[in-house]
Design a protein around this ligand. Structure first.
Ligand code: UAG
Ligand code: ATP
Length: 498
């Protein structure tokens, strides 16, 4: 479909067309991505005003513009009060309303979005659906894989992916919906069959300002015009509040005795997590290969969502059991050493505490837990002391660098340490070189201990200043284990710069 600007006028009653009518084949809000015949949509951001990139968009072949102020350009332009507000509608229209031809499932919450999404996808596959997935790691369907820039893509990318998926015969798509995505209207005009809420704890408050506003952003996924039904975890006050406020049909679940579907009999082993769920006619023992009590909640969310979309009990159980895990989420590194080594994406205080607790359940009271953790640069500065405190619930926290960008890693770590002022110093060490921090954690560990390397998960690189540095926690851990075991590394990896 190649719409004309004049068609958009009907869609956006407050818009005005300047210049001749024009056809466009696709749209983007990044001048660097414009291709011949596309419409460039100029948005004002925190650093740049997209209106200053019109010349670049024109050089790249734009045939039309969507702007919020008249610009000096020979290209036809559609002037709208807010380009961001218009983008979802326009992208949905341009791509032929693809979300209406799919089961679209949106998963939101502070933690667990990626894991729950993969579990839901696995159930849908086990029940005969052809599936796609859009999230923090990638957007994927069949053999197609696009690494992600955002957890939730901008509206033009989202609706384009959905269209591609529909045309490839995909009937169900699971996507992670971040609070930034909702707030920045990235999911506007997407129609969700089921919206899932996992949990909420302080995160992204530099962006949202208060936890109330953060909650409000998440709650907007559950409004009537956007989603048909909801699956809500009521194990925190925010989930309870959401369940009591939303108008769409909902099923609540969790350890909470008042939940519609209750989780019990959770057993965590190095092989995975077992649980029992009961309520709303469900009565099932589930086994998920991913380790950790929080994955009982993720599995329950996936089971209920799968059942709502027509999976049988056996299909839902099989789907959960077949999901072999998610890259960088409780990923065990085992080369024959006699202690546990785990790489995990935990980067919130809550998820770090939960991970340490899980490790303790597995190794028992005799083992020591050493945690390697840092905090990411540029964002969420206010959570750093609390993150440091959570890290210090390990027997030893080695605080290190984690994707600092243009911030000084030493300064970030100081803010982590600030949260541990009343904790004995023997529990905390600072080693800014992440590679050395990992090596040290592994060197000092003994039989029955656990080493948890958190924050980077599947991401095999980070930014220091303007340079991108390759550093894969899993590879670093493997190398350190080999050295400890006296195994020769025949393929040494290039060392990071830090
Ligand atoms: C805070 C935030 O979300 N910022 C997003 C925002 O950036 P910004 O407002 O600073 O944009 P800007 O750089 O000022 O540019 C303004 C406009 O000019 C355009 N531009 C810019 C440069 C250029 O050469 N040409 C051009 O056209 C940009 O595409 C943009 O549309 O708009 C940009 C364009 O879409 C996004 O890339 C950028 O995401 C940044 C990279 C980001 O880090 N976002 C994170 C916080 C985020 O969204 N995270 C959530 C997940 C969170 C979680 O749950 O963990 C996510 O969904 O990924
Ligand atoms: N339901 C949950 N409750 C608390 N912590 C969880 C839960 N599920 C996963 N975690 C922890 O959070 C980490 C990240 O999990 P996951 O990637 O699924 O979350 P996410 O919400 O997608 O994170 P992000 O928004 O950063 O992409 C996991 O490695 C695990 O330590």
């Amino acid at each position: 479909m190649s719409p004309k600007l004049s068609e958009l006028q009907a869609l956006l009653p407050t818009s005005q067309l300047k210049g001749d009518d024009a056809v466009f084949t696709d749209l983007t809000l990044d001048s660097r991505e414009v291709k011949s015949g596309w419409m460039f949509c100029a948005t004002k951001g925190s650093k740049h005003d997209g209106h200053s990139f019109i010349a670049e968009a024109t050089r790249n072949g734009a045939s039309a513009l969507m702007v919020s102020q008249v610009v000096d350009s020979p290209l036809p332009q559609l002037i709208v009060p807010s380009v961001r507000l218009a983008l979802g509608k326009v992208a949905d229209y341009t791509n032929g309303h693809p979300s209406r031809s799919l089961n679209l499932i949106g998963v939101t919450g502070t933690n667990g979005k990626t894991t729950t999404s993969y579990l839901i996808e696995s159930i849908l596959r086990a029940s005969g659906h052809s599936t796609g997935l859009i999230g923090t790691i990638e957007a994927k369907y069949k053999d197609s894989r696009h690494p992600s820039i955002h957890t939730t893509p901008e509206a033009p990318d989202l609706h384009r992916y959905l269209k591609e998926m529909v045309s490839e015969g995909i009937d169900s798509v699971v996507m992670e919906v971040s609070s930034h995505g909702i707030d920045q209207h990235r999911v506007d005009s997407a129609h969700f069959s089921v919206a899932v809420f996992t949990n909420l704890s302080p995160e992204h408050l530099d962006y949202h300002g208060t936890i109330e506003q953060y909650y409000w952003a998440k709650s907007q996924l559950f409004i009537k015009s956007r989603s048909e039904s909801a699956v809500v975890c009521v194990d925190d006050q925010w989930g309870e509040r959401l369940a009591s406020q939303i108008e769409i049909p909902r099923i609540t679940f969790g350890y909470n005795p008042n939940a519609d579907v209750r989780i019990s009999d959770v057993r965590v082993t190095p092989e995975g997590t077992d649980l029992f769920i009961k309520g709303m006619g469900y009565n099932s023992n589930l086994h998920v290969q991913i380790v950790g009590a929080c994955n009982a909640q993720n599995a329950a969310a996936a089971y209920i969502t799968g059942r709502l979309l027509g999976a049988t009990d056996a299909e839902a159980r099989d789907g959960i059991e077949q999901c072999s895990g998610v890259s960088g989420r409780f990923q065990q590194v085992s080369l024959g050493q006699n202690f546990l080594v785990v790489v995990d994406y935990a980067h919130t205080p809550d998820s770090i505490r939960a991970l340490i607790q899980t490790a303790r359940e597995i190794i028992g009271p005799e083992g020591k837990v050493t945690l390697v953790a840092g905090a990411r640069g540029r964002r969420d500065r206010i959570k750093r002391p609390e993150l440091g405190r959570a890290a210090a619930t390990a027997d030893l926290a080695i605080l290190t660098t984690d994707n600092p960008g243009d911030e000084d890693p030493a300064n970030i770590v100081k803010q982590l340490v600030a949260g541990t002022f009343d904790i004995p110093k023997k529990h905390i060490q600072v080693e800014l070189d992440r590679s050395r921090a990992i090596r040290r954690a592994i060197e000092i560990s003994e039989k029955g201990d656990a080493v948890l390397i958190v924050g980077r998960g599947h991401e095999g690189y980070f930014r220091v200043g303007n340079s991108q540095i390759r550093l894969d926690d899993r590879q670093e851990a493997e190398e350190a284990i080999r050295m400890k075991l006296g195994l020769v590394d025949e393929n040494p990896q290039p060392k990071p710069l830090l």
